[in-house]
Write a protein of this length. Structure first.
Length: 448
């Protein structure tokens, strides 16, 4: 297991407007603020966001050459921000060079320390033209491509808070994978890049690549060994037998075909490499979470339509993709399943408050696009229902009895690609299942 032993730092975010000139401003408030729950880190993160790194673009994977430099597209003007910065970059190029593809929409994050002394940390600059970022505005929130979750500033802050909650759930460990000296790690759906950055700090000799469809990763003070690339995992284009670990977290509802994702990850892992997938029980878990709410609460109609809409979109919600059979069919062995129970107890510790903020700001993020696009809801109706639900969540969370039912299950599957002297086979009897965070009178059996 890999333990994070450094002091957490203040979050900072890339300025989305730099990568997308048609940036959509978000509202002046959010559900957490309306419910009277303050973000303890908001002032710091807002300051960091205002300083934000300049976004500089690498327009196509086909621009990579054998030297390992990340070239800026030929359509950039000489006086464009960051022009020529690759020529003075102190950062080495990645060891893997993607094969040219006319249809590729991958863009690389270009590290540059132009005019700065050599150091192990430097400003990261990124360039991605708006035409390559399929950003769209829905109900006042900003989205990318077909993904149902937004990528605006409110969501970026929620992701950073969520990272702290998950770190607490895992006892400060970034991964439960048994790693010693990894050399290449892939973080799929990296979001703001928090996990990838922390892992790169912990293993400075390991090349960590974070991929995402959105350009919202940090651009200031990132380690030299972390690289961010704009890429859709459903168009997987990764080297074979290359990674020690492929990591996915919070990707429920992101893909149409999870089996293909696991098969591609299997091919990209070194023999003996690991895949770790962590997700919430967003479907059955949400139903249980809201079971104690008043029958008149709008959340029930909202949840019913939400899951129907997700089915219609072809991107189902829930934990079906964490079925061990999916992993064994892809060729993995040594499959281990663990579960954590996340509680919203404001009386016990500060983590309960952070988890509450994730829920309050996550209700709208989780629901808005699916309900409007798939089920025909009006955006204002969705937002009103989300505000009412958020107020009820906040009220029940502060009641010592009501909060006992407000729990959510999180499952992690860890699986290994067989080494060269092994053969892929069915799930063995050595596979493990554990559960964390349950009360003493509960069973440790994993349910579906």
């Amino acid at each position: 297991m890999v333990h994070q032993q450094h002091v957490p730092r203040s979050p900072s975010f890339a300025n989305p407007a730099a990568a997308n000139p048609s940036h959509v401003p978000v509202g002046d408030t959010n559900n957490a603020a309306e419910a009277g729950i303050s973000h303890g880190t908001q002032s710091q993160s807002e300051g960091a966001a205002s300083e934000g790194g300049q976004a500089v673009v690498s327009s196509s994977a086909a621009d990579d050459d054998e030297s390992g430099s990340h070239h800026i597209g030929s359509d950039i003007e000489d006086d464009a921000p960051g022009y020529g910065c690759e020529a003075v970059s102190l950062y080495p190029g990645r060891n893997y060079h993607r094969r040219p593809s006319a249809s590729s929409t991958t863009a690389y994050i270009v590290h540059s320390s132009y005019g700065q002394p050599h150091s192990d940390r430097a400003a990261s600059t990124r360039s991605l033209w708006a035409r390559e970022l399929d950003y769209r505005e829905i109900g006042g929130r900003r989205y990318c491509k077909e993904y149902f979750m937004p990528n605006d500033e409110i969501e970026q802050l929620r992701l950073t808070i969520q990272h702290q909650v998950l770190m607490h759930a895992f006892d400060g460990e970034l991964t439960i994978t048994p790693l010693s000296n990894p050399t290449h790690v892939l973080d799929v759906g990296t979001g703001t890049g928090e996990w990838a950055i922390r892992f790169a700090e912990l293993f400075p000799d390991c090349e960590v690549v974070g991929t995402d469809i959105s350009a919202i990763q940090e651009t200031q003070g990132v380690p030299m060994n972390v690289f961010f690339e704009i890429e859709d995992a459903e168009e997987w284009d990764r080297p074979i037998d290359h990674y020690d670990l492929v990591h996915l977290r919070g990707m429920e509802g992101a893909f149409r075909d999870w089996r293909c994702i696991y098969e591609d990850a299997f091919d990209s892992l070194k023999p003996g490499g690991w895949i770790q997938v962590t997700d919430y029980d967003g479907k059955d878990g949400s139903i249980q979470f809201f079971s104690g709410f008043s029958p008149e609460s709008p959340v029930f109609k909202m949840m019913d339509d939400l899951f129907v809409g997700a089915e219609k979109s072809g991107r189902k919600r829930g934990m079906f993709h964490l079925d061990q059979q999916y992993f064994s069919e892809a060729g993995f062995v040594d499959i281990r399943v663990s579960e954590h129970i996340l509680r919203m107890n404001l009386q016990e510790d500060n983590v309960g408050k952070l988890w509450l903020m994730c829920w309050l700001d996550g209700i709208e993020a989780y629901s808005l696009r699916t309900l409007t696009e798939q089920m025909g809801w009006d955006a204002d109706v969705v937002k009103t229902a989300c505000r009412e639900t958020a107020r009820e969540i906040a009220s029940r969370a502060q009641d010592s009895e009501s909060c006992k039912t407000m729990v959510l299950k999180m499952r992690t599957v860890l699986a290994r690609k067989p080494s060269r002297d092994e053969s892929p086979g069915p799930t063995s009897s050595s596979d493990e299942s554990t559960i964390h965070g349950e009360s003493s009178d509960s069973t440790s059996e994993i349910d579906g």
